[in-house]
Design a protein around this ligand. Structure first.
Ligand code: ZN
Length: 245
């Protein structure tokens, strides 16, 4: 955010201090010592001075990765903004979550690697066993599932979240916190096999090998994530992808 005449207030996500607010003084002057480094989606090694105020002061910054390709691709930029927004809202305190920091770094570098390349329907027909570049939506949802896991909100997928039944799992209930069986399905919504397979694979695999699924199944996955967050964190995220995605 622009602040005052030449300053900027930054929202930083750090491995050991969680979400941090900082002020960069004079950063908008043409000859600022920070150059163009304090921009969105930069990964930085940063020096901060802690005074009495709520905001820390940036005293030095080196670029670890500026994600130059990502910055030239509107869809990748939009995806990066949604990823950062999700992390900022789910992990908004100073509590450290180094795993979340690593996950966000991985997400930004994947977006950077793939920027300007595959369109949403390039490559083979989507399936839950595809390995490789996936649609923006599948990638965004796999990322969110991993955030849920890091937040201790991973949906229960192995058995009915209400009664423990392992067969006839037909729906998903945000209130119950996972899949539910035919007996417990009241208040749930349907979850297809494709959506179920996507969720289990996304949680089990690294982000770079995120699974794929047909769009209706991804819609169910997104609904399952939203229902979980609304019931257990009272949180609503932006849609996983924008109109460009
Ligand atoms: Zn049940």
């Amino acid at each position: 955010m622009r602040y005052g005449e030449a300053d900027r207030i930054l929202h930083l996500y750090t491995p050991h201090r969680g979400r941090v607010g900082a002020i960069a003084k004079g950063v908008r002057r043409a000859r600022s010592r920070f150059g163009g480094r304090l921009e969105p989606f930069f990964r930085l090694r940063i020096e901060l001075h802690e005074g009495r105020g709520e905001l820390l002061t940036v005293t030095g910054a080196d670029t670890v990765n500026g994600h130059a390709r990502l910055r030239g691709d509107a869809r990748a930029l939009d995806a990066a903004a949604r990823a950062c927004d999700a992390v900022g809202r789910l992990f908004e305190t100073s509590e450290p979550h180094p795993g979340v920091f690593n996950l966000l770094c991985r997400k930004l570098s994947l977006l950077d690697e793939r920027a300007g390349t595959a369109g949403p329907h390039a490559g083979p027909a989507p399936s839950a066993t595809t390995v490789g570049p996936v649609t923006d939506r599948a990638g965004a949802l796999a990322f969110r599932l991993k955030l849920l896991l890091a937040a201790g909100l991973a949906p229960q997928l192995g058995a009915c979240a209400s009664c423990g039944e392992r067969e006839h799992l037909v729906g998903f209930s945000g209130a119950a916190g996972g899949v539910v069986c035919g007996v417990c399905e009241a208040g749930s919504f349907p979850l297809d096999q494709d959506a179920y397979a996507f969720m289990t694979a996304a949680l089990a695999r690294p982000l770079s090998e995120a699974p794929e699924a047909p769009d209706p199944a991804l819609g169910q996955v997104e609904r399952a994530i939203s229902a979980t967050l609304e019931h257990h964190a009272h949180l609503r995220l932006m849609p996983a992808v924008g109109r460009l995605g």
